[in-house]
Design a protein around this ligand. Structure first.
Ligand code: XIL
Length: 537
Protein backbone atom coordinates (compact mmCIF):
# COMPACT_ATOMS: atom_id res chain seq x y z
CA UNK A 1 0.00 0.00 0.00
CA UNK A 2 2.80 2.34 0.96
CA UNK A 3 4.50 1.61 -2.31
CA UNK A 4 1.32 2.31 -4.22
CA UNK A 5 0.99 5.72 -2.62
CA UNK A 6 4.58 6.50 -3.46
CA UNK A 7 4.11 5.54 -7.08
CA UNK A 8 0.92 7.55 -7.32
CA UNK A 9 2.82 10.49 -6.00
CA UNK A 10 5.52 9.88 -8.54
CA UNK A 11 2.97 9.85 -11.31
CA UNK A 12 1.63 13.20 -10.14
CA UNK A 13 5.16 14.53 -10.13
CA UNK A 14 5.80 13.30 -13.63
CA UNK A 15 2.70 14.96 -14.93
CA UNK A 16 3.11 17.99 -12.74
CA UNK A 17 6.65 18.53 -13.96
CA UNK A 18 5.34 19.13 -17.43
CA UNK A 19 5.02 22.85 -17.93
CA UNK A 20 4.69 23.28 -21.71
CA UNK A 21 1.56 24.01 -23.61
CA UNK A 22 -0.55 20.86 -23.57
CA UNK A 23 -1.38 21.02 -27.25
CA UNK A 24 1.54 22.74 -28.89
CA UNK A 25 3.57 19.87 -30.26
CA UNK A 26 2.54 19.21 -33.83
CA UNK A 27 4.12 15.91 -34.92
CA UNK A 28 5.38 15.60 -38.46
CA UNK A 29 6.13 12.81 -40.86
CA UNK A 30 9.22 10.63 -40.78
CA UNK A 31 10.19 11.32 -44.36
CA UNK A 32 9.97 15.07 -43.79
CA UNK A 33 11.76 14.86 -40.49
CA UNK A 34 14.78 13.22 -42.14
CA UNK A 35 14.57 14.90 -45.52
CA UNK A 36 17.96 16.61 -45.26
CA UNK A 37 19.66 13.48 -43.90
CA UNK A 38 18.64 10.41 -45.95
CA UNK A 39 15.63 8.65 -47.43
CA UNK A 40 13.36 6.76 -45.09
CA UNK A 41 12.45 3.59 -46.98
CA UNK A 42 10.15 0.66 -46.40
CA UNK A 43 9.67 -2.84 -47.78
CA UNK A 44 6.17 -3.46 -49.10
CA UNK A 45 4.25 -6.68 -49.57
CA UNK A 46 1.17 -7.33 -51.67
CA UNK A 47 -1.18 -6.24 -48.85
CA UNK A 48 -0.17 -2.72 -49.82
CA UNK A 49 -0.13 -2.72 -53.61
CA UNK A 50 -2.43 -5.63 -54.54
CA UNK A 51 -4.99 -5.59 -51.72
CA UNK A 52 -4.60 -1.81 -51.42
CA UNK A 53 -5.00 -1.89 -47.65
CA UNK A 54 -6.01 1.68 -46.81
CA UNK A 55 -4.27 1.89 -43.45
CA UNK A 56 -0.97 0.59 -44.82
CA UNK A 57 -1.14 2.87 -47.83
CA UNK A 58 -1.70 5.89 -45.64
CA UNK A 59 1.31 5.06 -43.48
CA UNK A 60 3.48 4.53 -46.53
CA UNK A 61 2.25 7.71 -48.16
CA UNK A 62 2.89 9.82 -45.07
CA UNK A 63 6.13 8.49 -43.69
CA UNK A 64 8.34 6.93 -46.36
CA UNK A 65 10.10 8.42 -49.37
CA UNK A 66 11.46 5.17 -50.84
CA UNK A 67 9.91 1.74 -51.33
CA UNK A 68 11.21 -1.73 -52.14
CA UNK A 69 9.26 -4.93 -52.80
CA UNK A 70 9.85 -7.42 -50.00
CA UNK A 71 9.54 -10.42 -52.35
CA UNK A 72 8.05 -9.50 -55.70
CA UNK A 73 11.29 -8.51 -57.45
CA UNK A 74 13.04 -11.74 -56.52
CA UNK A 75 13.90 -14.26 -59.21
CA UNK A 76 11.27 -16.82 -58.19
CA UNK A 77 8.59 -14.12 -58.44
CA UNK A 78 9.73 -12.54 -61.73
CA UNK A 79 10.90 -15.61 -63.65
CA UNK A 80 9.48 -18.73 -62.01
CA UNK A 81 10.07 -20.79 -65.17
CA UNK A 82 12.65 -20.21 -67.86
CA UNK A 83 11.75 -17.28 -70.09
CA UNK A 84 8.30 -16.98 -68.48
CA UNK A 85 8.39 -13.63 -66.75
CA UNK A 86 5.56 -12.51 -64.50
CA UNK A 87 5.57 -8.80 -63.75
CA UNK A 88 2.03 -8.48 -62.38
CA UNK A 89 2.91 -7.84 -58.75
CA UNK A 90 6.08 -5.93 -59.52
CA UNK A 91 4.13 -3.64 -61.83
CA UNK A 92 1.48 -3.13 -59.15
CA UNK A 93 4.22 -2.05 -56.74
CA UNK A 94 5.59 0.37 -59.33
CA UNK A 95 2.13 1.85 -59.86
CA UNK A 96 1.72 2.49 -56.16
CA UNK A 97 5.24 3.93 -55.87
CA UNK A 98 4.85 6.20 -58.87
CA UNK A 99 1.38 7.41 -57.90
CA UNK A 100 2.82 8.48 -54.55
CA UNK A 101 6.06 9.90 -55.95
CA UNK A 102 8.35 7.46 -54.15
CA UNK A 103 11.85 6.41 -55.08
CA UNK A 104 12.15 2.69 -55.78
CA UNK A 105 14.92 0.30 -54.79
CA UNK A 106 15.04 -3.03 -56.65
CA UNK A 107 15.66 -6.17 -54.59
CA UNK A 108 17.29 -8.37 -55.93
CA UNK A 109 18.92 -9.54 -59.20
CA UNK A 110 21.40 -12.26 -58.19
CA UNK A 111 20.99 -14.30 -55.01
CA UNK A 112 21.11 -17.97 -54.01
CA UNK A 113 17.81 -17.87 -52.09
CA UNK A 114 14.33 -17.57 -53.57
CA UNK A 115 15.83 -18.53 -56.90
CA UNK A 116 14.34 -21.61 -58.57
CA UNK A 117 16.51 -24.73 -59.03
CA UNK A 118 16.02 -24.74 -62.80
CA UNK A 119 18.19 -21.63 -63.06
CA UNK A 120 21.30 -23.71 -62.42
CA UNK A 121 20.28 -26.91 -64.20
CA UNK A 122 20.32 -28.29 -67.71
CA UNK A 123 17.48 -30.34 -69.22
CA UNK A 124 18.64 -33.51 -67.50
CA UNK A 125 18.97 -31.89 -64.07
CA UNK A 126 22.77 -31.57 -64.10
CA UNK A 127 24.77 -28.35 -63.61
CA UNK A 128 24.86 -25.83 -66.43
CA UNK A 129 28.23 -24.85 -67.85
CA UNK A 130 29.79 -21.54 -66.81
CA UNK A 131 28.84 -19.89 -70.09
CA UNK A 132 25.26 -21.14 -69.94
CA UNK A 133 24.74 -19.81 -66.42
CA UNK A 134 26.31 -16.45 -67.28
CA UNK A 135 23.90 -16.26 -70.18
CA UNK A 136 20.89 -16.97 -67.94
CA UNK A 137 22.04 -14.46 -65.38
CA UNK A 138 22.50 -11.80 -68.03
CA UNK A 139 19.13 -12.50 -69.65
CA UNK A 140 17.43 -12.09 -66.29
CA UNK A 141 19.27 -8.87 -65.42
CA UNK A 142 18.64 -7.37 -68.86
CA UNK A 143 14.97 -8.27 -69.00
CA UNK A 144 14.15 -7.00 -65.53
CA UNK A 145 16.27 -3.86 -65.58
CA UNK A 146 15.20 -2.85 -69.07
CA UNK A 147 11.55 -2.96 -68.03
CA UNK A 148 12.13 -0.63 -65.10
CA UNK A 149 14.92 1.48 -66.54
CA UNK A 150 14.81 5.04 -65.24
CA UNK A 151 12.02 4.10 -62.81
CA UNK A 152 13.99 2.05 -60.31
CA UNK A 153 16.80 4.27 -59.14
CA UNK A 154 18.89 1.69 -57.28
CA UNK A 155 19.33 -2.09 -57.39
CA UNK A 156 20.66 -4.80 -55.13
CA UNK A 157 22.68 -6.48 -57.86
CA UNK A 158 24.12 -9.26 -55.70
CA UNK A 159 22.88 -10.34 -52.27
CA UNK A 160 24.67 -12.34 -49.56
CA UNK A 161 27.74 -13.55 -51.45
CA UNK A 162 29.99 -13.79 -48.39
CA UNK A 163 30.23 -16.20 -45.44
CA UNK A 164 30.74 -15.00 -41.88
CA UNK A 165 34.43 -15.92 -42.10
CA UNK A 166 34.94 -13.61 -45.07
CA UNK A 167 35.21 -16.28 -47.75
CA UNK A 168 32.91 -16.29 -50.76
CA UNK A 169 29.81 -18.39 -50.20
CA UNK A 170 29.86 -21.51 -52.29
CA UNK A 171 26.49 -20.87 -53.86
CA UNK A 172 25.61 -22.38 -57.24
CA UNK A 173 26.55 -19.01 -58.74
CA UNK A 174 30.10 -19.27 -57.50
CA UNK A 175 30.41 -23.02 -57.90
CA UNK A 176 29.38 -22.91 -61.56
CA UNK A 177 30.60 -19.51 -62.78
CA UNK A 178 33.52 -18.84 -60.41
CA UNK A 179 34.46 -15.90 -58.18
CA UNK A 180 33.94 -13.41 -60.98
CA UNK A 181 30.16 -13.90 -61.12
CA UNK A 182 29.77 -10.78 -58.97
CA UNK A 183 31.68 -8.55 -61.30
CA UNK A 184 29.93 -9.95 -64.37
CA UNK A 185 26.59 -9.16 -62.72
CA UNK A 186 27.59 -5.57 -61.90
CA UNK A 187 29.00 -4.93 -65.39
CA UNK A 188 25.86 -6.30 -67.02
CA UNK A 189 23.57 -4.20 -64.83
CA UNK A 190 25.57 -1.08 -65.61
CA UNK A 191 25.28 -1.70 -69.35
CA UNK A 192 21.51 -1.83 -69.08
CA UNK A 193 21.05 1.27 -66.93
CA UNK A 194 24.15 3.43 -66.54
CA UNK A 195 22.25 5.83 -64.26
CA UNK A 196 21.17 3.23 -61.71
CA UNK A 197 22.89 3.01 -58.33
CA UNK A 198 24.25 -0.54 -58.14
CA UNK A 199 24.49 -2.08 -54.69
CA UNK A 200 26.09 -5.06 -53.01
CA UNK A 201 23.84 -6.13 -50.11
CA UNK A 202 24.49 -8.42 -47.13
CA UNK A 203 23.76 -9.22 -43.48
CA UNK A 204 26.27 -10.06 -40.75
CA UNK A 205 28.40 -6.90 -40.98
CA UNK A 206 29.22 -7.26 -37.29
CA UNK A 207 31.63 -10.05 -38.21
CA UNK A 208 35.02 -8.38 -38.66
CA UNK A 209 36.18 -10.91 -41.23
CA UNK A 210 33.05 -10.59 -43.32
CA UNK A 211 32.94 -6.81 -43.15
CA UNK A 212 36.60 -6.54 -44.16
CA UNK A 213 36.06 -8.91 -47.07
CA UNK A 214 33.14 -6.84 -48.38
CA UNK A 215 35.06 -3.61 -48.01
CA UNK A 216 38.05 -5.18 -49.78
CA UNK A 217 35.83 -6.31 -52.65
CA UNK A 218 34.35 -2.80 -52.96
CA UNK A 219 37.80 -1.20 -53.01
CA UNK A 220 39.03 -3.70 -55.55
CA UNK A 221 35.99 -3.06 -57.79
CA UNK A 222 36.49 0.67 -57.63
CA UNK A 223 40.17 0.35 -58.42
CA UNK A 224 39.53 -1.84 -61.43
CA UNK A 225 36.56 0.17 -62.66
CA UNK A 226 33.90 -2.45 -61.96
CA UNK A 227 30.70 -0.40 -61.61
CA UNK A 228 29.52 -0.54 -57.99
CA UNK A 229 27.95 2.44 -56.25
CA UNK A 230 26.56 1.33 -52.96
CA UNK A 231 26.92 -1.06 -50.03
CA UNK A 232 23.75 -2.39 -48.41
CA UNK A 233 23.78 -3.22 -44.73
CA UNK A 234 20.69 -5.31 -44.09
CA UNK A 235 20.35 -4.36 -40.42
CA UNK A 236 18.36 -7.30 -39.03
CA UNK A 237 19.34 -6.43 -35.49
CA UNK A 238 18.31 -7.18 -31.91
CA UNK A 239 17.81 -5.04 -28.82
CA UNK A 240 21.44 -5.43 -27.79
CA UNK A 241 23.18 -6.85 -30.82
CA UNK A 242 25.25 -5.55 -32.44
CA UNK A 243 26.52 -3.04 -29.90
CA UNK A 244 26.28 0.68 -30.60
CA UNK A 245 30.05 0.80 -31.06
CA UNK A 246 29.84 -1.98 -33.62
CA UNK A 247 27.07 -0.25 -35.56
CA UNK A 248 29.23 2.85 -35.65
CA UNK A 249 32.19 0.84 -36.90
CA UNK A 250 30.12 -0.89 -39.60
CA UNK A 251 29.02 2.49 -40.97
CA UNK A 252 32.51 3.96 -40.74
CA UNK A 253 34.05 1.02 -42.60
CA UNK A 254 31.35 0.95 -45.27
CA UNK A 255 31.70 4.70 -45.82
CA UNK A 256 35.48 4.38 -46.10
CA UNK A 257 34.97 2.88 -49.59
CA UNK A 258 33.52 6.17 -50.82
CA UNK A 259 30.36 4.37 -51.96
CA UNK A 260 26.82 5.19 -50.91
CA UNK A 261 25.92 3.38 -47.71
CA UNK A 262 22.40 2.05 -47.32
CA UNK A 263 20.71 0.37 -44.41
CA UNK A 264 18.45 -1.80 -46.53
CA UNK A 265 16.42 -4.07 -44.23
CA UNK A 266 16.21 -2.57 -40.77
CA UNK A 267 14.21 -4.25 -38.02
CA UNK A 268 14.77 -4.72 -34.27
CA UNK A 269 13.81 -8.23 -33.16
CA UNK A 270 12.49 -8.29 -29.56
CA UNK A 271 12.10 -12.04 -29.06
CA UNK A 272 14.55 -14.42 -27.36
CA UNK A 273 17.27 -15.56 -29.76
CA UNK A 274 16.43 -19.12 -30.74
CA UNK A 275 20.00 -20.33 -30.83
CA UNK A 276 20.58 -19.35 -27.22
CA UNK A 277 18.02 -21.96 -26.27
CA UNK A 278 18.94 -24.73 -28.67
CA UNK A 279 22.62 -24.09 -29.17
CA UNK A 280 22.31 -25.45 -32.68
CA UNK A 281 23.26 -24.48 -36.20
CA UNK A 282 21.69 -21.17 -37.14
CA UNK A 283 21.35 -21.88 -40.82
CA UNK A 284 18.06 -23.73 -40.35
CA UNK A 285 14.68 -22.88 -38.89
CA UNK A 286 14.18 -23.70 -35.23
CA UNK A 287 11.29 -25.55 -33.72
CA UNK A 288 8.56 -23.54 -32.05
CA UNK A 289 8.73 -23.46 -28.24
CA UNK A 290 6.52 -21.35 -26.01
CA UNK A 291 9.45 -19.80 -24.17
CA UNK A 292 10.66 -18.41 -27.49
CA UNK A 293 7.34 -16.61 -27.99
CA UNK A 294 6.66 -14.58 -24.83
CA UNK A 295 4.69 -11.61 -26.25
CA UNK A 296 1.69 -13.16 -27.96
CA UNK A 297 -0.69 -10.79 -26.12
CA UNK A 298 1.23 -7.66 -27.00
CA UNK A 299 4.59 -6.13 -26.26
CA UNK A 300 5.02 -5.14 -22.58
CA UNK A 301 5.56 -1.42 -22.12
CA UNK A 302 9.06 -1.87 -20.77
CA UNK A 303 10.24 -3.83 -23.80
CA UNK A 304 8.51 -1.40 -26.10
CA UNK A 305 10.46 1.44 -24.54
CA UNK A 306 13.68 -0.53 -24.67
CA UNK A 307 13.08 -1.01 -28.38
CA UNK A 308 12.29 2.69 -28.80
CA UNK A 309 15.56 3.54 -27.08
CA UNK A 310 17.44 1.11 -29.29
CA UNK A 311 15.95 2.59 -32.47
CA UNK A 312 16.84 6.03 -31.21
CA UNK A 313 20.44 5.05 -30.48
CA UNK A 314 21.01 3.52 -33.90
CA UNK A 315 19.43 6.56 -35.56
CA UNK A 316 21.77 8.81 -33.59
CA UNK A 317 24.59 6.89 -35.24
CA UNK A 318 22.92 7.07 -38.66
CA UNK A 319 22.62 10.83 -38.31
CA UNK A 320 26.28 11.05 -37.48
CA UNK A 321 27.00 9.26 -40.78
CA UNK A 322 24.34 11.04 -42.81
CA UNK A 323 26.84 12.40 -45.35
CA UNK A 324 27.39 8.89 -46.72
CA UNK A 325 23.92 7.42 -46.12
CA UNK A 326 21.47 7.15 -49.01
CA UNK A 327 18.55 5.47 -47.24
CA UNK A 328 17.45 3.86 -44.01
CA UNK A 329 14.91 1.27 -45.12
CA UNK A 330 12.65 -0.66 -42.76
CA UNK A 331 11.94 -4.28 -43.66
CA UNK A 332 8.16 -4.04 -43.32
CA UNK A 333 5.49 -1.51 -42.41
CA UNK A 334 3.79 -3.05 -39.37
CA UNK A 335 4.58 -5.77 -36.87
CA UNK A 336 1.93 -7.91 -38.56
CA UNK A 337 3.81 -7.81 -41.86
CA UNK A 338 7.27 -8.58 -40.52
CA UNK A 339 9.10 -11.67 -41.78
CA UNK A 340 10.43 -12.06 -38.21
CA UNK A 341 7.10 -13.60 -37.19
CA UNK A 342 8.34 -16.64 -39.15
CA UNK A 343 12.10 -16.45 -38.90
CA UNK A 344 14.11 -18.12 -37.51
CA UNK A 345 11.15 -19.84 -35.81
CA UNK A 346 7.80 -20.15 -37.54
CA UNK A 347 4.58 -18.83 -36.06
CA UNK A 348 5.81 -16.44 -33.37
CA UNK A 349 4.39 -13.02 -32.51
CA UNK A 350 7.22 -10.59 -33.07
CA UNK A 351 7.14 -6.80 -32.71
CA UNK A 352 10.11 -5.45 -34.67
CA UNK A 353 8.70 -2.46 -36.57
CA UNK A 354 7.64 1.14 -35.87
CA UNK A 355 3.92 0.39 -36.25
CA UNK A 356 1.95 -2.24 -34.34
CA UNK A 357 -0.37 -4.86 -35.78
CA UNK A 358 -3.21 -2.36 -36.16
CA UNK A 359 -0.97 0.21 -37.81
CA UNK A 360 -0.66 2.41 -34.73
CA UNK A 361 2.64 4.17 -34.22
CA UNK A 362 4.73 2.67 -31.39
CA UNK A 363 6.99 4.52 -28.97
CA UNK A 364 9.94 3.84 -31.29
CA UNK A 365 8.23 5.89 -33.97
CA UNK A 366 7.89 8.87 -31.64
CA UNK A 367 11.50 8.56 -30.53
CA UNK A 368 12.57 8.81 -34.16
CA UNK A 369 10.39 11.87 -34.70
CA UNK A 370 11.85 13.32 -31.56
CA UNK A 371 15.41 13.32 -32.91
CA UNK A 372 14.51 14.04 -36.55
CA UNK A 373 16.67 16.92 -37.80
CA UNK A 374 14.04 18.64 -39.99
CA UNK A 375 11.27 19.12 -37.51
CA UNK A 376 9.25 21.86 -39.10
CA UNK A 377 7.04 20.14 -41.61
CA UNK A 378 3.28 19.69 -41.09
CA UNK A 379 1.77 16.40 -40.04
CA UNK A 380 -0.46 14.68 -42.49
CA UNK A 381 -0.68 15.30 -46.19
CA UNK A 382 -4.30 14.19 -46.07
CA UNK A 383 -6.65 17.09 -46.76
CA UNK A 384 -9.89 15.14 -46.17
CA UNK A 385 -12.40 16.69 -43.79
CA UNK A 386 -12.22 15.37 -40.20
CA UNK A 387 -14.79 12.62 -39.57
CA UNK A 388 -16.34 13.58 -36.27
CA UNK A 389 -17.11 10.92 -33.67
CA UNK A 390 -18.46 11.26 -30.14
CA UNK A 391 -16.18 11.10 -27.12
CA UNK A 392 -18.36 9.53 -24.43
CA UNK A 393 -18.15 10.39 -20.76
CA UNK A 394 -18.75 7.93 -17.93
CA UNK A 395 -18.72 8.53 -14.20
CA UNK A 396 -17.31 5.81 -11.98
CA UNK A 397 -19.29 5.79 -8.80
CA UNK A 398 -16.77 3.80 -6.74
CA UNK A 399 -14.11 6.51 -6.66
CA UNK A 400 -15.82 9.50 -8.23
CA UNK A 401 -13.55 9.46 -11.31
CA UNK A 402 -14.37 9.82 -14.98
CA UNK A 403 -13.62 7.73 -18.01
CA UNK A 404 -13.72 8.93 -21.60
CA UNK A 405 -13.84 6.81 -24.72
CA UNK A 406 -14.39 7.23 -28.45
CA UNK A 407 -14.22 3.49 -29.00
CA UNK A 408 -17.68 2.08 -29.85
CA UNK A 409 -16.97 -1.31 -28.23
CA UNK A 410 -15.87 0.24 -24.96
CA UNK A 411 -18.86 2.53 -25.03
CA UNK A 412 -21.22 -0.44 -25.57
CA UNK A 413 -19.68 -2.44 -22.75
CA UNK A 414 -19.88 0.32 -20.17
CA UNK A 415 -23.26 1.60 -21.33
CA UNK A 416 -24.75 -1.86 -20.95
CA UNK A 417 -24.36 -1.83 -17.14
CA UNK A 418 -27.77 -1.47 -15.48
CA UNK A 419 -28.77 1.89 -13.97
CA UNK A 420 -27.20 2.24 -10.53
CA UNK A 421 -24.28 0.00 -11.60
CA UNK A 422 -20.59 0.91 -11.38
CA UNK A 423 -20.65 3.21 -14.42
CA UNK A 424 -23.03 6.08 -15.00
CA UNK A 425 -23.23 7.29 -18.58
CA UNK A 426 -23.10 11.10 -18.69
CA UNK A 427 -23.50 11.65 -22.41
CA UNK A 428 -21.23 12.89 -25.17
CA UNK A 429 -18.44 15.03 -23.78
CA UNK A 430 -17.51 16.49 -27.15
CA UNK A 431 -16.78 15.46 -30.74
CA UNK A 432 -13.31 14.39 -31.86
CA UNK A 433 -12.03 13.04 -35.21
CA UNK A 434 -11.56 9.46 -36.34
CA UNK A 435 -8.99 10.34 -39.00
CA UNK A 436 -5.56 11.89 -39.28
CA UNK A 437 -5.70 14.97 -41.51
CA UNK A 438 -3.71 18.12 -42.05
CA UNK A 439 -5.65 19.74 -39.19
CA UNK A 440 -6.21 16.80 -36.83
CA UNK A 441 -3.42 15.31 -34.76
CA UNK A 442 -3.13 12.12 -32.72
CA UNK A 443 -4.26 11.89 -29.14
CA UNK A 444 -2.28 9.17 -27.41
CA UNK A 445 -3.79 6.94 -24.79
CA UNK A 446 -1.67 5.66 -21.94
CA UNK A 447 -2.62 3.32 -19.12
CA UNK A 448 -1.68 4.11 -15.54
CA UNK A 449 -0.94 0.68 -14.07
CA UNK A 450 -1.16 1.94 -10.52
CA UNK A 451 -4.39 3.90 -10.57
CA UNK A 452 -5.96 1.87 -13.39
CA UNK A 453 -6.88 5.12 -15.14
CA UNK A 454 -6.42 5.92 -18.81
CA UNK A 455 -4.64 9.10 -19.71
CA UNK A 456 -5.06 11.02 -22.95
CA UNK A 457 -2.59 13.55 -24.27
CA UNK A 458 -2.15 15.29 -27.61
CA UNK A 459 1.34 16.31 -26.65
CA UNK A 460 4.07 14.02 -27.90
CA UNK A 461 6.69 15.37 -25.54
CA UNK A 462 4.44 14.85 -22.59
CA UNK A 463 3.67 11.31 -23.73
CA UNK A 464 7.36 10.49 -24.11
CA UNK A 465 8.17 12.02 -20.77
CA UNK A 466 5.48 10.04 -19.03
CA UNK A 467 6.35 6.78 -20.78
CA UNK A 468 10.03 7.30 -20.15
CA UNK A 469 9.64 7.70 -16.40
CA UNK A 470 11.91 5.16 -14.70
CA UNK A 471 9.09 3.91 -12.49
CA UNK A 472 7.33 2.64 -15.64
CA UNK A 473 3.93 3.58 -14.31
CA UNK A 474 2.39 4.12 -17.71
CA UNK A 475 2.13 1.81 -20.65
CA UNK A 476 1.40 2.92 -24.17
CA UNK A 477 -2.02 1.97 -25.56
CA UNK A 478 -1.94 3.67 -28.95
CA UNK A 479 -3.60 6.54 -30.75
CA UNK A 480 -7.14 6.85 -29.39
CA UNK A 481 -8.53 9.52 -31.73
CA UNK A 482 -7.52 12.79 -33.38
CA UNK A 483 -8.20 16.38 -32.38
CA UNK A 484 -7.41 19.90 -33.45
CA UNK A 485 -4.28 21.45 -32.04
CA UNK A 486 -5.41 24.94 -32.96
CA UNK A 487 -8.88 26.46 -33.22
CA UNK A 488 -10.97 25.91 -36.35
CA UNK A 489 -14.36 27.48 -37.10
CA UNK A 490 -16.94 26.06 -34.69
CA UNK A 491 -14.40 24.45 -32.37
CA UNK A 492 -13.86 25.19 -28.67
CA UNK A 493 -11.04 24.53 -26.21
CA UNK A 494 -11.23 21.34 -24.17
CA UNK A 495 -10.02 21.83 -20.61
CA UNK A 496 -8.03 19.26 -18.68
CA UNK A 497 -7.98 18.70 -14.93
CA UNK A 498 -5.95 16.28 -12.87
CA UNK A 499 -7.53 14.56 -9.88
CA UNK A 500 -4.75 13.62 -7.42
CA UNK A 501 -6.91 11.34 -5.23
CA UNK A 502 -7.63 8.96 -8.09
CA UNK A 503 -4.65 9.60 -10.36
CA UNK A 504 -7.07 10.30 -13.18
CA UNK A 505 -7.83 13.14 -15.55
CA UNK A 506 -11.02 14.96 -16.36
CA UNK A 507 -11.86 16.78 -19.59
CA UNK A 508 -14.62 19.26 -20.34
CA UNK A 509 -15.47 21.45 -23.30
CA UNK A 510 -17.97 23.42 -21.21
CA UNK A 511 -16.66 26.78 -20.06
CA UNK A 512 -19.39 26.88 -17.39
CA UNK A 513 -18.45 23.49 -15.97
CA UNK A 514 -14.78 24.44 -15.96
CA UNK A 515 -15.52 27.64 -14.02
CA UNK A 516 -17.80 25.85 -11.63
CA UNK A 517 -15.15 23.18 -10.87
CA UNK A 518 -12.40 25.74 -10.46
CA UNK A 519 -14.62 27.70 -8.08
CA UNK A 520 -15.69 24.74 -5.96
CA UNK A 521 -12.78 22.27 -5.78
CA UNK A 522 -9.42 22.72 -4.09
CA UNK A 523 -6.39 21.94 -6.23
CA UNK A 524 -5.47 18.86 -4.17
CA UNK A 525 -8.85 17.47 -5.22
CA UNK A 526 -8.90 18.70 -8.79
CA UNK A 527 -6.13 20.67 -10.40
CA UNK A 528 -6.58 22.66 -13.61
CA UNK A 529 -3.92 21.65 -16.21
CA UNK A 530 -4.84 23.89 -19.15
CA UNK A 531 -6.23 23.43 -22.65
CA UNK A 532 -5.80 19.84 -23.80
CA UNK A 533 -6.91 20.35 -27.42
CA UNK A 534 -9.66 21.93 -29.50
CA UNK A 535 -12.78 20.03 -30.51
CA UNK A 536 -16.45 20.42 -31.38
CA UNK A 537 -19.25 20.64 -28.79
C1 XIL B 1 12.59 -12.31 -46.68
C2 XIL B 1 11.16 -11.85 -46.79
O1 XIL B 1 10.97 -10.80 -45.86
C3 XIL B 1 10.23 -12.99 -46.49
O2 XIL B 1 8.88 -12.61 -46.72
C4 XIL B 1 10.58 -14.20 -47.35
O3 XIL B 1 9.78 -15.30 -46.99
C5 XIL B 1 12.03 -14.55 -47.20
O4 XIL B 1 12.83 -13.42 -47.49
N1 XIL B 1 17.50 -10.91 -46.34
C6 XIL B 1 17.01 -10.48 -47.54
C7 XIL B 1 15.56 -10.49 -47.79
O5 XIL B 1 17.80 -10.00 -48.36
O6 XIL B 1 15.24 -10.74 -49.13
C8 XIL B 1 14.83 -11.45 -46.90
O7 XIL B 1 13.44 -11.25 -47.09
C9 XIL B 1 15.22 -11.26 -45.47
C10 XIL B 1 16.71 -11.51 -45.29
Amino acid sequence: MKQTTQLLLLSCLTLGAFTGNLHSQAPFTLQEGYRSAFHIGVALNSRTYVEQNARLNQIVRDHFSLVVAENDFKWQALQPRQDQFNFNNADAMMTLAESQGKRVHGHVLVWHSQTPDWVFQNASGGDLTRDQLIERMQTHIRTVMTRYKGRVQSWDVVNEAFEDNGSLRNSPWRRIIGDDYLEIAFRTAHEVDPDAILVYNDYGWASDAKRQAIVAMANDFRQRGVPIHGLGIQGHWQLNYPSQAKVDQILTDAASTGLWVMVTELDIDVLPAAWEYTGADISTLFEYQEELDPYTDGLPGGVSLEQAQRYRSVFDIFLKHQASLYTITFWGVTDRDSWLNNFPVRGRTNHPMLFDRDGNAKPAFFELLEIAPDAKAPVSLNTDAPQLIPLHRFHRRANNSHFFTANPDEYQTLASFPPGGPWEYQGVSHYVAANHTHITHPVYRLFNRISGAHFYTANREEMLGVLGHPARIFSYEGIAFYTLLSPEPGSQPVHRFYAPPTGSHFFTISEAEKNQLQGSMSSDQLDYDGVAWFAYP
